[in-house]
Ligand binder design. Structure first.
Ligand code: HGY
Ligand code: MN
Ligand code: MN
Length: 416
């Protein structure tokens, strides 16, 4: 099977217009998006995506976790499909491209194959994975995790948001709970197009990231308990201050990550303080430590060291402490064949490229456990993401979507 020629390209203007159209749904307050999973805004974005897919001739599938599948038929209906996709849900102060570029880049791939009247042996399926972000309902990549059997559906349905609403109830409420058995679909391969969400590609002047590996992650949910008391009349030596414990444990997470350089990160991004009143010493705080590394030994060491250090801080301050995992996956090595298809596509298109380890987690990190998987990345302005100011250029989007088109078309086997 010959590789597609150089003029085998997507329509960059149409892709950009489609991104901007989706960005109108669930606008943020500063130019980005707030289209959190299973909200009415998410439902609206899903409906628009479905309309576009149907207009492109796709048949739609929906599983019991709300994962959406848009299928373009192949010439051999028995051939396992090649899947592409990512997620349409965003952070509360998210950008317009995180996840969305991968879903709509997949749609653009279908639209371009239609325009060019190119047929492939294997069907091609564009996927929107539910709740990749894990913000409203932890953990991240929840629905792709259920799809591969990492989590049970009952456990996922029971995940609660800050208001005590459950994933299962919200999925039903927005009307996007399907009948298809989650995980029943089998894949020939999976490719995810995503923005880098880091500074490396832009700093190196590269158009394309050929993602060979992904960092591993631990989310450690810490509950520190002390004693509510008056901030004015309680002597310093009588305080059991959960807020002070959190502050020292946050610093400890930073120091432990710094002690595992290079290639280790750690921070606290979420915290709830109770009763969260200006003149009450916090009697309880709940916060999440996010540790990551591409090196499994370092990832494990950070978690182990943190558990010891946090306990020592709690003992010193007379605080109660529980630590539970609210998200975890080991470092990922993507499929060599799929990675080569991405790299060859970038070469063929004359695009500058470099191998890259993904700093962020993605649905591809889970799907890699059940099908040959790889990722294509494009740069971000200043490496910024999970921020409403997240920005990419139209050219970066088009170049990366062209690499996706070539890699997927080659894997799906063009037949005319
Ligand atoms: O947390 C992550 O890495 C992803 O953005 N959900
Ligand atoms: Mn993402
Ligand atoms: Mn994200």
């Amino acid at each position: 099977m010959t590789a597609p020629g150089e003029n085998f390209k997507i329509n960059g203007d149409r892709l950009w217009d489609t991104l901007m159209e989706m960005a109108k749904i669930g606008p943020g307050v500063a130019g980005g998006n707030n289209r959190q999973t299973l909200t009415d805004e998410d439902a609206e974005g899903r409906a628009l995506f479905q309309t576009w897919c149907k207009a492109a001739g796709c048949t739609m599938g929906l599983d019991t976790m709300g994962n959406m599948f848009a299928t373009r038929p192949g010439t051999d209906p028995d051939a396992l499909p090649v899947y592409v996709g990512s997620h349409l849900d965003t952070q509360p102060t998210g950008g317009k491209y995180d996840g969305v570029l991968g879903v709509l880049g997949g749609l653009e791939l279908i639209r371009s194959l239609n325009d060019l009247n190119v047929k492939t042996k294997h069907p091609i399926v564009v996927t929107n994975w539910t709740n990749e972000e894990g913000t409203r309902f932890a953990p991240a990549m929840l629905a792709s995790g259920v799809f591969i059997g990492m989590h049970t559906q009952d456990w996922a349905y029971d995940r609660k948001d800050a208001d005590g609403k459950s994933f299962g109830d919200e999925l039903k409420r927005i009307g996007w709970k399907g009948d298809e058995e989650v995980g029943a679909r089998k894949m020939h391969a999976f490719f995810e197009l995503h923005i880098e969400q880091g500074p490396i590609l832009e700093a190196e002047g590269k158009d394309i990231g050929v993602v060979t590996h992904g960092q591993g992650l631990w989310w450690l949910e810490c509950t520190v308990t002390g004693k509510d008391a008056h901030t004015g009349s309680t002597p310093m030596n009588m305080r059991v201050n959960a807020g002070l414990g959190m502050a020292r444990m946050t610093e400890a997470a930073h120091q432990i990550a710094m002690a595992h350089q290079p290639h280790a990160v750690g921070a606290v991004g979420h915290c709830d303080v109770f009763p969260n009143s200006r003149n009450v010493i916090p009697g309880k705080v709940v916060f999440t430590v996010d540790f990551r590394s591409p090196d499994l030994a370092k990832l494990t060491s950070m978690r182990e060291q943190y558990e010891v250090k946090a306990k020592a801080i709690a003992d010193e301050l007379g605080l109660g402490l529980t630590i539970e995992s609210s998200g975890h996956f080991d470092p990922v090595t993507f499929d060599e064949g799929c990675v080569t298809a991405v790299r060859d596509a970038a070469e063929r298109l004359g695009l500058s490229h470099m191998d890259l380890v993904s700093g962020a987690g993605h649905d591809a990190c889970w799907i890699n456990q059940v099908a040959p998987t790889a990722m294509v990345m494009c740069p971000c302005v200043d490496g910024l993401s999970h921020n409403e100011a997240e920005e990419i250029t139209k050219d970066w989007a088009a170049a990366a979507a062209n690499v996706l088109l070539h890699a997927v078309a080659e894997t799906a086997e063009i037949v005319g």
